[in-house]
Ligand binder design. Structure first.
Ligand code: SFD
Ligand code: AMP
Length: 643
């Protein structure tokens, strides 16, 4: 077996991931751990300063409710999220995040994040819920606070460049995690009393638009590879909304976000004939139950109207940047100097939007001589992603907070500790927790704080270290390192290490997965369309892929990580296919279309579609859970300590 030293780390709370949710968790956990004499350990596969979705920075904070100035209520936010997700949302979870998120944003500002202000000192809004920031160092600022909280208090330790593979269990209770260093020959066993999963969503499960030399360019970060979903599924946690993939419309090929253009610059998108699909196809919205006529139009329906144009041969679709900039500058036309100044300002804002968060889009503009004030840019629907924090919803099914439950919701949505999955001691936040969409960077951080506080309470109530079986741990170590052994054993059978009858390299394995998902589960090639027969075929092919995963081979640490990333993606794929199959309707056209069930069915499918993999019997169970409402009165004020 590959010669790896086993390192055992014992801790009270184990935080997995170092992104927005994990950094929020670290700040809050440090406070409560200090009060209770507990230890906290954070593990990230990368370096916390620049890991996760916010690695390149962001240009906006997409969730700010503005409770203090009375701009909005928590219920307003919940209504917005429910409508955007076509009625499928856990109101208690969304409300819990919404009532805490402003304090997180205020912390960001206190830690040094520049938020745009107007001449009166008020935040500059991109849209109703979104604030503009100078965010190229957003992640560094948030990471610094997390590191300070853990390390300066003495309660915490941080492991960077350690890849977490999967859960450790003591019966029904989560007992920690296992992983390996991506740089040294070290195999890690983390034993914990509670574990908080915050390892992001999943990218590259579907074949991406970017291929060949562009491979790896995606909207969401390619290094978020489904580890959260794999971890919770393998621990036996109930999962929710696994059918709700997110397909963002983005500037084509470099994936620059569109929010600032639609909301701040008030831009239109038009087809090659100059038609505006949002106006020309308005009647289509009536077909989608009560959700077609809500404001704003749900993200998937906005996508869908544009897709109908493309399918009818009216593409490309253009973001009319030149028109939007001209229209804003127009009001300054009488004063030549003021007009010129405004144009310069708008031009630099346009570039900064991308330089803050999707630098490659600015590079693509520069290399193709695009001047946004003079010409439009093409936009297109991206490949599907799995992400519980943006306009998707997939993740673990977690308990809501006690104080927001009604007599009706309590038995369905509450089981002791806020944001704990159905597995004892296993908490989730950010992309890892489902049915609470539109939390974005700020809400993920707030949810991390909420979950960490609850996890510490769980530890105080259950203050025993779970037991682990040493024989099972040795077997797990052998299984995890096996790709290195497979490579060593067979590498001389051929002259090209990429091609070998005895093994498969992770890159080729990923291509197989992506082909299955693209063609059978409604990827780009299939125009996001699928049906029962295609989905069943996808499951057959995924079963073969799972068999082949035993033959994965890794030439080095990096490839070992790539092997396990792709195993993680494969499990996310399976949960997705099973759940689209289960939900016999089309609810989110623009995300996916089930051609054999082409309509929304409010009567039967106004429910959560949940699934659970039973690690003992290795079978999947699908179940519908009811959608219940919580708003009899306004939720109370925040209860977190680190505000
Ligand atoms: O414009 C392991 N997001 C936006 N949010 C905003 O608030 N404003 C925006 O402007 C946003 N936009 C945007 C966004 C994302 C991206 C990529 C772009 C633009 C280009 C969304 C937010 O970024 C997102 O909602 C949050 O970051 C989600 O937080 P979290 O914590 O759930 O995920 P993460 O931050 O990606 O962190 C994941 C961490 O896990 C680590 N990890 N560690 C150990 N072992 C493993 N096996 C691991 N697998 C992963 C990662 O390294 C990372 O630390 S806009 O488009 O809307
Ligand atoms: P995006 O850049 O698409 O991720 O969007 C950033 C934010 O703006 C998110 O909160 C989106 O939901 C919101 N958004 C983007 N486009 C629109 C639109 N056309 N109408 C309403 N909200 C939008």
């Amino acid at each position: 077996m590959a010669d790896f030293e086993t390192v055992v780390v014992e801790t009270d709370l184990l935080i997995l991931g170092g992104g927005m949710a994990a950094c929020g968790a670290a700040v809050e956990a440090a406070y409560w751990a200090m009060q209770n004499g507990l230890k906290v350990t954070l593990v990230d596969k990368a370096a916390v300063d620049r890991s996760g979705a916010v690695a390149m920075g962001l240009s906006a904070i997409n969730q700010y409710v503005g409770l203090k100035d009375g701009a909005n209520t928590v219920k307003d936010y919940v209504d917005y999220v429910r409508n955007d997700l076509m009625g499928i949302t856990r109101e208690d979870l969304v409300a819990n995040i919404a009532r805490h998120v402003d304090s997180t944003v205020h912390l960001f500002e206190k830690w040094g994040l520049p938020i745009w202000k107007d001449e009166n000192g008020n935040y500059v809004h991109e849209g109703r819920w979104q604030l503009m920031i100078n965010g190229e160092s957003y992640k560094v600022v948030v990471a610094e606070a997390a590191k300070n909280a853990l390390l300066q208090s003495g309660v915490g330790q941080i492991f960077e460049r350690v890849f977490i593979v999967g859960p450790l269990m003591d019966g029904e209770r989560c007992a920690g995690a296992v992983g390996f260093s991506v740089r040294e020959n070290k195999f890690y066993i983390f034993k914990s009393k509670a574990t908080l999963v915050a390892m992001g969503g999943a990218v590259h499960v579907f074949k991406p638009r970017s291929s060949g030399e562009g491979m790896g360019r995606a909207w969401y970060p390619p290094w978020n590879s489904g580890s959260s979903a794999y971890f919770t599924i393998k621990a036996g946690a109930e999962m929710t909304c696994q059918e709700v993939r997110f397909i963002p419309v983005r500037f084509k090929d470099a994936y620059g976000p569109v929010g600032a253009w639609f909301l701040l610059f008030k831009s239109r998108a038009t087809n090659s004939q100059g038609g505006n699909y949002m106006i020309e196809r308005k009647d289509e919205l009536d077909k989608w139950g009560p959700y077609g006529r809500v404001k704003p139009v749900p993200a998937n329906l906005r996508n869908y109207l544009g897709m109908l144009d493309v399918m009818e041969g009216k593409g490309p679709i253009y973001m009319r940047t030149e028109e939007a900039i001209q229209q804003i500058a127009e009001t300054y036309k009488g004063d030549e100097k003021a007009y010129k100044k405004k144009m310069k300002e708008l031009e630099s804002e346009a570039w900064e939007d991308f330089l803050d968060m999707t630098i490659s889009q600015a590079l693509l503009w520069a290399s193709t001589n695009v001047q946004p004030e003079e010409q439009s840019s093409e936009i297109a629907a991206a490949e599907p992603y799995f992400i519980g924090s943006h306009s998707g919803a997939s993740g673990a099914w977690v308990s809501g907070p006690e104080d927001l439950q009604t007599d009706e919701t309590r038995s369905e949505y509450f089981w002791g500790y806020a944001h704990m999955s159905t597995v004892k001691g296993l908490f989730c936040a950010g992309d890892a927790s489902g049915a609470s969409s539109h939390k974005f960077s700020s809400g993920s951080h707030a949810e991390g704080r909420i979950a960490a506080k609850a996890a510490i309470k769980f530890i105080v109530d259950n203050n025993t270290m779970p037991a682990l079986d040493p024989v099972a741990l040795e077997a797990l170590k052998a299984e995890i390192l096996k790709p290195l052994d497979t490579y060593e054993q067979h590498k001389n059978a051929t002259t090209d290490p990429e091609i070998n009858p005895n093994y498969i390299k992770p890159r080729m394995f990923m291509f197989r997965l992506q082909k299955i998902m693209d063609e059978y589960a409604g990827g780009i090639t299939a125009q996001f369309t699928t049906n029962e027969a295609l989905l069943k075929k996808a499951l057959d092919l995924l079963a073969f892929l799972k068999e082949d995963s035993a033959k994965l081979a890794a030439a080095n640490h990096h490839e070992l990580m790539r092997c396990w990333e792709n195993v993680h993606r494969m499990w996310q794929a399976e949960a997705h296919v099973r759940t689209i199959l289960f939900r016999e309707e089309t609810r989110w056209p623009g995300y996916y279309y089930r051609a054999d069930k082409p309509k929304i069915d409010e009567e039967k499918w106004h429910v959560f579609a949940n699934c659970r993999f039973d690690p003992q019997s290795t079978t999947w169970e699908m179940k519908a859970r009811p959608i219940l409402h919580i708003f009899a009165s306004q939720p109370k004020e925040p209860a977190l300590a680190s505000v």
